[in-house]
Design a protein around this ligand. Structure first.
Ligand code: ATP
Ligand code: MG
Length: 602
């Protein structure tokens, strides 16, 4: 029964500041233990990434720890990234450290400036900054290509890397399996001089793509497949968004990433669990490059946590890309998309995301978080910050037949029921109103307490009325609801509370209300695990994820600026679309309903 629903009552107290208290987790425990042991106390910092010699000539590092968020600029950030951002920037903020924003742009093919820009935007929007205390920790891994190349030559010179000329298929075949050891490539025994000469030719463009790779020389029989001579470099001709055509030799992610961390003196390199088996190579590589004198102890350490999986959502960039390119959505920032750009347009808030990251927690246990947890975080914050307004989404006329024709007056509606200090606003009232079509039933079903012939309801913040009937068109559709009002029942006037009614409905004066486009968004997928049953996640797209309607809104909403947020009473939280709203012509997006309707369904 619609009786207000002003506060999502099942939620925790609305006024708890999202960032107040941190739940501890295993990574915090590690950081605290490291700090207690003074592990990083003697480190120096060159003011920018560099080799051990450069850092040694720098100043004592006043960052107690260094973390990093290292997105590949091959797509827009999504909700999973928000978790990683909140974790890495949050740790730095809480422990007197710095968090670097590093673009992991070592792959020439899929990376673009548009993605770089959108990532910067989203990180700022979430409330984090890589510029802090005089440091500007924004980096591009591609700026380290010369160093990475130099380390590779050094590894060759020490006999720890070699050029292999097997095909990709052969390399896979020689690698062995989980139960069988690998075999040495026939090229593994090339001399250092041969390797060095070949590697230089690879750099100089003398060889075709895929004809040779550089591999670490570790152990083809290692029980950890990742240590069976992993590939460090491949030949790949492709235009890079920053280095252009300078290179045709690109480092593999597993080689580049540890080196990036070490050059930036990252203390805690936090990644998702898929990289757990890579950790031995991470350590192997850094130790060998350190032994060559390029890095100093303490080396960065990698820690893994389980990635965020959210029901009713897909988060791999591959899928998000497909949704965009095949036009299942209107772009990366479509409000239905689980991207941060989409979430922002939809009306989700940074505070809601930070609260969500806190609640989702950090652990090594893989699992799924229900989408409703995210929605509840948004509701909690939106409930706190949004002024209340009235919107009639599916309007039908209500005529008060005993209200003097031509007369009008004001009623007063609170801006926030839990915050009387925010005051009340005047809303016009007259004998012609808009109400929700669903608030009238000519023949009421059992338990319906709103308008039906003979029944009384209160027009919220206004008068009590009694329904006297309705008018219909030739097809039987209700075109007008008729009622009489009780002049001594106006809310806030003496004696008005002697009227006892069960229903309380919202309304808008037909004169002042204006029509506006409103988009009702819902979850993009109708299945909790998209694709799990059909094998194709696209089969589970929710065709009702967006409904565009024309609604009537109260006059004050005409001045809404892009990104102004409101609660439309009884309907949910809405935001003025930041792209499509024009001055005086706002378009509203529903961020989230007042209550979860999905939990009840499933
Ligand atoms: P995707 O699988 O969506 O393509 P990715 O890991 O390839 O994501 P990157 O740009 O490489 O995307 O990720 C940057 C950082 O964000 C990495 O440190 C990664 O571990 C983290 N990250 C990505 N997805 C998630 C997730 N679902 N939960 C937590 N952290 C994530
Ligand atoms: Mg990646």
């Amino acid at each position: 029964m619609p009786n207000g629903n002003d506060s999502p009552s099942k939620n925790a107290p609305a006024n708890t500041p999202p960032d107040s208290a941190h739940v501890t987790n295993f990574i915090r425990n590690i950081v605290e233990a490291d700090l207690a042991a003074n592990k990083f106390a003697t480190r120096k910092w060159a003011g920018q990434p560099g080799l051990a010699s450069q850092h040694a000539a720098g100043v004592p590092d006043n960052a107690k720890i260094r973390t990093r968020f290292p997105p590949e600029p091959n797509g827009y950030l999504h909700i999973g990234h928000a978790k990683s951002i909140c974790l890495n920037f949050g740790l730095a903020a809480d422990y007197g450290g710095r968090c670097h924003l590093r673009f992991d742009d070592t792959n020439p093919e899929k990376e673009e400036q548009e993605y770089v820009d959108s990532i910067l935007d989203s990180v700022h929007w979430l409330g984090f900054d890589y510029q802090k205390d005089g440091e500007n920790n924004l980096y591009f891994a591609s700026d380290y290509f010369d160093w990475m190349y130099q380390f590779a030559e050094t590894l060759i010179e020490k006999g720890e890397a070699y050029v292999d000329s097997l095909s990709a298929d052969e390399i896979r075949e020689y690698r062995g399996t989980l139960t069988e050891p690998g075999r040495d490539s026939p090229h593994r025994s090339r001399t250092i001089a041969e390797n060095l000469a070949l590697f230089r030719e690879m750099r100089d463009g003398k060889h075709a793509d895929g004809s040779h790779v550089l591999r670490a020389k570790i152990d083809m029989a290692s029980p950890n497949i990742n240590l069976r001579d992993p590939v460090l470099y491949r030949i790949k001709r492709g235009h890079h968004h920053r280095t252009g055509d300078k290179w045709c030799l690109y480092p593999m992610y597993t080689y580049a990433h540890p080196l990036e961390d070490a050059l930036e003196q990252i203390t805690h390199s936090i990644c998702t669990l898929e990289f757990e088996d890579q950790r031995p190579f991470y350590d192997w590589l850094l130790e060998h490059v350190r032994d060559a004198g390029y890095f100093a102890d303490p080396l960065p350490k990698q820690y893994e946590f389980s990635r965020l999986n959210l029901t009713y959502v897909v988060m791999s960039k591959r899928y998000l890309n497909q949704l965009v390119t095949e036009k299942h959505v209107d772009g990366w920032d479509d409000p239905r998309m689980p991207t941060l750009a989409g979430a922002r347009r939809r009306g989700y808030t940074p505070e809601g995301f930070r609260l969500f990251a806190e609640r989702a927690g950090v652990s090594k246990a893989a699992g799924w978080i229900d989408y409703s947890v995210l929605e509840d975080c948004m509701r909690e914050h939106l409930n706190d910050i949004t002024p209340r307004r009235v919107a009639v989404l599916d309007p039908v006329k209500l005529v008060i037949t005993n209200y003097p024709v031509g007369q009008s007056e004001e009623a007063f509606a609170p801006n926030h029921p839990q915050k009387p200090e925010l005051g009340k606003r005047a809303v016009p009232f007259s004998g012609e109103l808009w109400i929700e079509r669903e608030d009238f039933q000519e023949n009421p079903v059992k338990g319906f307490f709103r308008l039906f012939p003979g029944n009384k309801v209160r027009l919220r913040y206004g008068f009590v009325i009694q329904c006297t009937g309705c008018e219909k068109d030739a097809d039987g559709n209700v075109t007008k609801v008729l009622a009489e009002y009780f002049p001594d029942s106006k809310s806030g006037t003496p004696g008005s509370d002697t009227y006892k009614v069960k229903g309380n409905i919202h309304w808008l004066c037909a004169k002042g209300a204006f029509a506006a486009e409103v988009r009702l968004y819902d979850r993009l997928f109708k299945a909790a695990y998209p694709g799990r049953e059909s094998g194709n996640y696209l089969d589970d797209l929710n065709p009702d994820a967006r409904k565009v309607i024309t609604a009537y809104l109260e006059p004050s909403l005409k001045d809404a600026k892009p990104e102004d947020r409101f609660q439309f009473e009884r309907h949910g939280y809405f935001v003025a679309d930041r792209v499509d709203s024009k001055p005086g012509v706002p378009v509203f997006n529903r961020a989230v309903t007042l209550k979860d309707s999905w939990g009840a369904k499933s």
